[in-house]
Design a protein around this ligand. Structure first.
Ligand code: PRT
Ligand code: ZN
Length: 283
């Protein structure tokens, strides 16, 4: 049985459980429990603080973990990133008071920087040959400059609004992060097979995200042009309609291109266009 460590509560908990549901693995939403088992797949979930997940995977207490890449790098354990999961996106950045002039990494020379990520910060400073003092604090890092605790901060940034609210500006992005699936790379044959199945399902979920199924009625004379507008996975599906000279065309499009494609299709005579969500795409 594969044991997967996920965050017990916090930003990644909900989306980790949603991801398993999306790939057909039903886990009770057991936030207050320490462990729970999936009803229809050989996995059990271990609910932990995110800080503990890389270590628990590295020492074999869990086979897999879902955690922010920032935590994986900071903890520095020997674990392997199996998949990037496409949620929990953020970056670890250096920020300084907004009215300060920034001249590059040398700005930090001799200054004090507050952070919860001392290892990643130390490496950045060393790589840039900058000597600075690191002040480790575990929460509310963004108030450190105003509180006189430090001159600058190194913290997680997502929208950037926390920095703005604290009169800070982002000056260096040091690490891009998102939630990742990690392992220690050592699995039994049975667990390896379960992981391969999880990865296969994650891939199909990833492909279907951001896709729409589109179908429409089309004059047969416009078919060639429509196929050019809508290249599908192999080629679009065309079905005859009872009305002579008309057909029905089905395809899959990227959501990002949807309205552009709709405009082009309408211009060549498409009617009754339906756009549907795609649940899974299995190639
Ligand atoms: O209790 P536990 O230790 O498990 O949780 P935690 O409080 O340490 O972590 P949590 O739940 O806050 O974050 C878990 C993970 O989510 C992080 O390790 C990141 O990988 C990821 N993540 C994504 C974020 C953010 N976005 C984020 N915006 N983690 C924290 N923030 C915070 C940041 O610290 C700052 O205070 O949000 C603020 C900045 O947000 P913006 O949008 O104002 O820029
Ligand atoms: Zn934490």
């Amino acid at each position: 049985m594969l044991r997967i460590a996920i965050q017990a509560k916090g930003r990644l908990n909900e989306e980790s459980l949603t991801l398993f549901r999306e790939i057909g693995i039903d886990i009770d939403d057991a936030k207050r429990k320490y462990m729970s088992r999936a009803a229809n797949f050989p996995v059990e979930m271990l609910y932990l603080r995110d800080d503990d997940i890389p270590g628990v995977v590295a020492n074999g207490s869990a086979n897999l973990g879902i955690v922010g890449y920032n935590e994986v790098v900071e903890k520095g354990y020997d674990v392997k990133v199996e998949e990037k999961l496409g949620f929990g996106g953020c970056r670890l950045s250096l920020a300084i008071p907004k009215n300060e002039e920034y001249s590059g990494p040398a700005y930090f020379k001799g200054r004090k920087i507050a952070t919860s990520y001392p290892k990643i910060l130390r490496k950045f400073l060393d790589d840039n040959g900058v000597e600075a003092t690191i002040e480790v604090i575990t929460g509310s890092v963004e108030i450190a400059p105003a509180a006189g605790i430090a001159d600058a901060i190194f913290d997680i940034v997502s929208s950037g609004s926390t920095l703005v609210a604290n009169n800070l500006k982002e000056v260096e992005v040091v690490l891009e992060s998102e939630a990742v699936l990690i392992s220690a790379g050592k699995l039994s044959a049975e667990d390896e097979a379960a992981l391969a199945e999880i990865r296969f399902r994650l891939e199909s979920a990833r492909i279907s995200r951001g896709k729409k199924y589109i179908l429409m009625n089309l004059p047969e004379s416009a078919l060639e042009e429509a196929v050019r507008i809508l290249p599908a996975m192999r080629s679009p599906t065309v079905m005859p309609l009872a009305a002579k000279g008309w057909c029905s065309l089905h395809s899959v499009v990227d959501n990002a291109d949807l309205w552009d494609k709709v405009r082009q299709l309408k211009a060549i005579g498409a009617e009754g266009i339906l756009v549907l969500n795609v649940d899974k795409i299995i190639l």
